[in-house]
Design a protein around this ligand. Sequence first.
Ligand code: GDP
Length: 297
Amino acid sequence: MAVFSSLSDRLQDTFDKLRGKGKLTEDDINSAMREIRLALLEADVNYRVVRDFVAKTKEKCLDAEVLESLNPTQNVVRIVLEQLTELLGETESALELAPHRSPNVIMLVGLQGSGKTTAASKLAYLLKGKRKKPLLAACDTHRPAAADQLETLGAEVGVEVYRGDGKDAVRVARESVDVAREHGCDVVIVDTAGRLQIDEEMMQEAVDIKRAVDPDQILMVVDAMGGQDIVNVVSEFSARVDFDGVIMSKLDGDARGGGALSVRAVTGKPIKFASMGEKPDSLEVFNPDRMAKRILG
Ligand code: GDP
C-alpha cells in the first residue's frame, strides 16, 4: 500500500534479518524493536503511540515461549501483526444508523482539503448500494465552490444535493432534514466547512450544526498523509465536536501514512472507512486486520 510502502519494506528487512538467525536472543529482539521503532517514527507515527506500541510488542516477543519456540521469527511476525491490528482498532466498526429514525443524519467534519466533500459523495454512493436513499446537504457555505463541487459529485453518483440559500450553514443543515423527509430520503449526509487549520469559527459552526440536526453519526475525515500534526487536529475535534468515528482518506497517496496509524490510539475512536482514490467506489469499510496485513506486506 503506497502510504506504507517504506514502512512495509523496513519491517520486512527487520524480519528477514531475524529469519537469518534461526534462534533468537534477547539482544536480537532488542535490536529488531529498535528498527521497528525507527521505521514507525520515520513513517511519521506519533512518538507516544510508537513508544507504547514498541514497549508492548517487545514484552510479548521476549516471552520465553516465543524465544524458545521452533520458529521464533514467525512468532515475532505474528506478534507485530497482532499489535498492529490492535493499534488500528482490532475489529471492523460498522456505520451505526438508528433503525427507527428517518432520516438518519450523518455529519462530516474535518479540515479543508481533507477529502470531506469527496467522502460525502462516496458515502452516498455506498449507502445507495445498500438500498438507502441519501440526500447530500451542502453546508460548507464558506467556500463558494464547495456546493458546486458537491453538486457535481452528487450528480455523478445519482444523489440529490440540497444547497438552500448557500449562506447560513446551520439553516441549510436544518432544512435539509425537512427536505429529506419530503423527498422520501432516509439518510442525510451533511458536508460541513473546513479550514486549513483549526479555527474557533469553524469549530463553533460545527457545534451549532450538531446541535441543530442531532446527527446519528459524526465522522471526521482525516487525510492519511497528514502525519504527526493530525494528532492535534483530531484531539481538538474530539474535544469540541466529539465525533463517532473516522474516515481515513487518501490511503492511495504516496506520502507517509503515520497519521493513519496514530489516530485510533490518540482518540480511541474507530476508523470506520478507508478512502483510496477519487472514484465513487473507492470507499471501503475499514478492516484493521486486512490493513495490518497490507502494511506487513
Ligand atoms: P474537502 O475540502 O475536505 O471537502 O476536500 P475535497 O473532498 O475537496 O478533497 C480535496 C482533494 O483531495 C480533492 O482534489 C479530492 O479529489 C482529493 N481526494 C479526496 N479523497 C481522496 C482520496 O481518497 N484519494 C486521493 N488520491 N485523493 C482524494
